[in-house]
Design a protein around this ligand. Structure first.
Ligand code: NAD
Length: 287
């Protein structure tokens, strides 16, 4: 199997890492040279981290690294791929343009998947001449640690397409669920609502950010609090998800004004060093 991952940001680099580790020949592409180099550095850092923690031996890390190629040109990245997973910005026009550009570069049997969190898979894949080859493969952040890949089945998605995506996800060590293409699928919808509620509560002064997170972690047994989770996901990504849910499902999903304000201020979470909390350049929380 030859995999092309388009977009070398948080998710693209994470998907490329698990794929290369799982023995899949992987090409990683990004429209930006800096972003591509950064994605590759993150994969290399994750491999070195796994070796340092004794989870991977050095030879296996080297073999995984050798299976991964960073490819600046889309034409070269996609050529001959059996599976393409796009993980570019959460923007319908960008995703539709990209899948349409990729389709003529791959064979008739190739599957084209999107890692969108909340956009319509059906609408993205309607940009293809053959929408039946399109499917959602929704991975979670951090990809190396999160066990689920939600398979999102669009209106036109063929059963054989789902089978390819399912087998690839399982090959990467993920469990899968099959979900109809409804806004927010099964996971993003619930997660966006919990995170949004936490922002409303923070703005209302119900409790400090730390205490809201601790309440949810210890009282509800979630592994992370909703505000630390929002910082990890990226407040801009969260805002885009809520905007889409609101457009499709109504005002129940209206983003908390405080979240919108943080995004306007450039406080996007861990990736910019500041969101609800503050982080050092390595992404460790400092306050
Ligand atoms: N961050 C998360 O927790 C998370 C979880 C699940 C799914 N997702 C989804 O994954 C996708 C990517 O999210 P992310 O957090 O990795 O974003 P990100 O901003 O970290 O990375 C996006 C990358 O896409 C690149 N890009 C933009 N347009 C491009 C194009 N036309 N061709 C190639 N590359 C292009 C950008 O240069 C950037 O490096 C989004 O659809 C998002 O909704 C994100």
């Amino acid at each position: 199997m030859l995999l092309a991952v388009l977009g070398a940001g948080t998710m693209g680099a994470g998907i490329a890492y698990v794929a290369a580790r799982a023995g899949i020949e992987t090409r990683l592409h990004d429209a930006g040279d800096e972003a591509l180099a950064g994605g590759l550095r993150r994969v290399e850092g994750d491999l070195a981290g796994a070796v340092a923690r004794g989870k991977l031996d050095a030879a296996a890390a080297e073999a995984a690294r050798a299976r991964l190629t960073a490819v600046p040109r889309l034409e070269e990245a996609a050529a001959g791929a059996d599976l393409v997973i796009e993980a570019v910005v959460e923007d319908m026009a960008v995703k539709r343009g990209l899948v349409a550009a990729v389709e003529p570069l791959v064979g008739a049997d190739a599957v084209i998947a999107t890692n969108t969190s909340a956009l319509s898979v059906t609408e993205i894949m309607a940009a293809l001449a053959d929408p039946g080859r399109g499917v959602g493969m929704h991975f979670f952040n951090p990809v190396r640690a999160m066990r689920l890949c939600e398979l999102v089945i669009g209106l036109e998605t063929r059963a054989s397409t789902v089978a390819v995506a399912e087998s690839a996800a399982r090959g990467m060590g993920k469990e899968t669920v099959r979900v109809r293409d409804v806004p927010g699928f099964a996971t993003s919808r619930i997660n966006a609502v919990i995170g949004n509620e936490a922002f409303f509560m923070l703005a209302e002064g119900v409790a400090s950010a730390e205490d809201i997170d601790t309440a949810v972690r210890l009282g509800l047994n979630h592994p992370m609090g909703p505000l630390e989770m929002a910082d990890l996901v990226g407040l801009d990504v969260r805002l885009a998800v809520l905007g889409e849910l609101r457009r499709s499902l109504g005002d129940k999903y209206r983003p908390a004004p405080l979240m919108e304000q943080y995004v306007k201020a450039g406080r996007l979470g861990r990736k910019t060093g500041r969101g609800v909390y503050t982080y050092d350049p390595e992404g460790n929380r400092v306050s």
